[in-house]
Design a protein around this ligand. Structure first.
Ligand code: HEC
Ligand code: HEC
Length: 337
């Protein structure tokens, strides 16, 4: 990738010189002073540059998001769930970091890299702040009954639900919600991404990558956390986890709402850009509050609202949410969304 680009630039420069020489020979006009050849924007330091940028400005991010809307929607909900990931409600830091990884080539995606390449570190954080303020959507969990194998008789998403909430002590698989929260809302302090409501194909593919253990990232600390987690998951478990997470709504239960009320983030309601989608997707109104507090400097405090419900005590709460994620959804077929 880097080489290809370097050759490309060298090639263009050579062409330019040939053309300029030909031009000079046929006329008496002196050679124009060549504009200095820009150092190619390889973005090698893209990730490190993020630390130099300020906390993202969501307003500017909203303007920049026009470029992303065709695929991720203006509000961060994938325009076609089966093809693009959603990034609404994802944390500022996580989004900015992924964009930087695309820019540097440490994360490969022929689709995303051209969109990330021109962005400055500040623009990445601005985009991150914009999407962080959007209300996450959700899809449908698959509740087909499993016909055979180790999980015979369970509904498909329940395989994922069990692992998500409790992990598997015997295989040393931790509960996913210990880091991603009972609603999958993540935790932007340490950049644990939002995974609730994400398209299942995408979550499954990410889990396969983590299981595989190969990455182009030069700082693999975060990747390694997920490699540890995912290395023993079976294909069936990965698909079931992805399905469960797709149906996971961030609708808070009464207890969560009470905790959120006490937070008093003073944040304005999320901008309603691009709303008016299926009801199922927006049942979770209000949860954005958790993420909204982040633009304030106290970024870490608010999101932890979900933590008191942690892996042990959160099951009741998570139960209500998971049900919201599958039942309401069964009425229509919002996976086609
Ligand atoms: C042409 C469609 C398209 C456009 C336009 C686009 N993206 Fe993406 N984006 C994708 C696809 C596809 C992926 C999944 C990449 C992969 O991992 O294979 C993705 C992945 C991402 C991710 C990583 C998500 C995660 O959970 O790790 C972020 C962040 C992102 N895009 C942000 C943006 C931003 C910001 C813009 C605008 C500047 C943008 N994208 C424009 C298609 C698009
Ligand atoms: C110890 C903390 C921790 C636990 C436990 C954990 N994760 Fe993660 N997860 C992370 C971190 C950190 C990342 C970001 C990795 C990166 O940036 O490369 C992540 C990333 C992900 C992603 C990628 C999201 C995206 O938008 O690309 C998915 C999907 C995911 N985790 C699912 C799970 C599942 C399923 C489980 C349980 C089986 C789980 N995680 C358990 C910390 C954790």
């Amino acid at each position: 990738m880097r080489h290809a680009r370097a050759y490309g630039i060298a090639g263009l420069t050579a062409l330019g010189v040939v053309a300029a020489v030909a031009f000079a020979q046929s006329t008496t006009v002196p050679l124009p002073e060549e504009a200095p050849v820009e150092a190619s924007p390889l973005g090698e330091t893209a990730v490190a540059d993020l630390a130099e940028a300020d906390w993202g400005d969501p307003q500017n991010g909203a303007t920049l998001a026009g470029t992303c809307a065709a695929c991720h929607g203006l509000d961060g909900k994938a325009t076609v769930r089966e093809v693009y990931p959603s990034i609404a409600g994802q944390s500022e830091r996580y989004i900015a970091r992924q964009l930087a990884l695309f820019k540097s080539g440490e994360r490969v995606s022929p689709i995303m890299q051209p969109f990330a390449a021109p962005l400055s570190a500040q623009q990445m954080r601005d985009l991150g702040a914009h999407y962080a303020m959007q209300e996450a959507g959700a899809g449908v969990a698959d509740d087909t009954v499993v016909a055979s194998g180790p999980y015979e008789g369970m509904k498909f998403f329940e395989i994922g639900q069990q692992l998500f909430r409790s992990g598997d002590a015997e295989r040393q698989i931790p509960a996913c919600m210990a880091c991603h929260g009972p609603t999958g809302a993540g935790n932007p302090g340490p950049p644990y991404p939002h995974v609730g409501g994400q398209s299942s194909w995408y979550s499954a593919r990410r889990l396969q990558e983590f299981r595989e253990g190969t990455t182009g990232e030069s700082d693999t600390r975060l990747f390694d956390i997920m490699h540890e987690v995912a290395q023993d998951l079976t294909d069936e478990e990965i698909q079931a986890l992805a399905s469960y997470m797709e149906g996971l709504h961030t609708r808070p239960d009464a207890r969560m709402r009470e905790m959120m009320a006490q937070l008093d983030t003073g944040a304005a309601p999320a901008p309603a850009a691009g709303q008016g989608e299926a009801d199922i997707q927006t049942q979770d109104g209000g949860t954005v509050v958790i993420e909204e507090g982040q633009d304030a400097a106290g970024a870490v405090a608010a999101p932890d609202a979900s933590d008191p419900a942690g892996p042990r005590t959160g099951s009741e709460q998570a139960e209500g949410e998971a049900e919201a994620g599958t039942e309401g959804d069964r009425t229509g077929d919002p996976s086609q969304q």
